[in-house]
Design a protein. Structure first.
Length: 123
């Protein structure tokens, strides 16, 4: 199960949701996209909420681990950037979500922020 939290899901839905559709995918191209990414999105385990593409994507977020979720999010981000005009704020927000799932430093952190972060636990 991914560790996505509600506000992160809202960021992702804003970028990918087209009213029960995901981006400009047809049923065939949606299945092909996920097949390229080693996932059978047509499997029953992703259809427990309904058959819509967006609901199956949400099911994936709920079922799969952070690494699998990140791989799909990265691929979807690359796809949407290649096929649509993405708002300047949407890509960094999505990258922040992906980086958090991968435990990377946020791209919005500056070098000063990094060096001022206290990584030692104080008890």
């Amino acid at each position: 199960m991914s560790s996505l939290v509600m506000h992160e899901k809202m960021i992702l839905e804003k970028l990918f949701d087209r009213g029960s559709y995901v981006l400009n995918f047809t049923d065939r191209t949606f299945a092909e996209f996920f097949h390229e990414n080693k996932i059978n999105i047509d499997a029953d385990k992703y259809r427990f909420n309904d058959n819509s593409k967006m609901k199956r994507l949400r099911a994936l977020w709920e079922i799969e681990n952070d690494i699998t979720t990140c791989n799909i999010l990265q691929a979807l981000l690359e796809y949407v950037c290649a096929t649509e005009n993405v708002l300047d704020v949407d890509k960094p927000k999505t990258l922040t979500v992906i980086n958090r799932l991968l435990n990377k430093i946020s791209p919005e952190k500056t070098e000063k922020d990094f060096f001022n972060t206290n990584y030692l636990s104080t008890k």
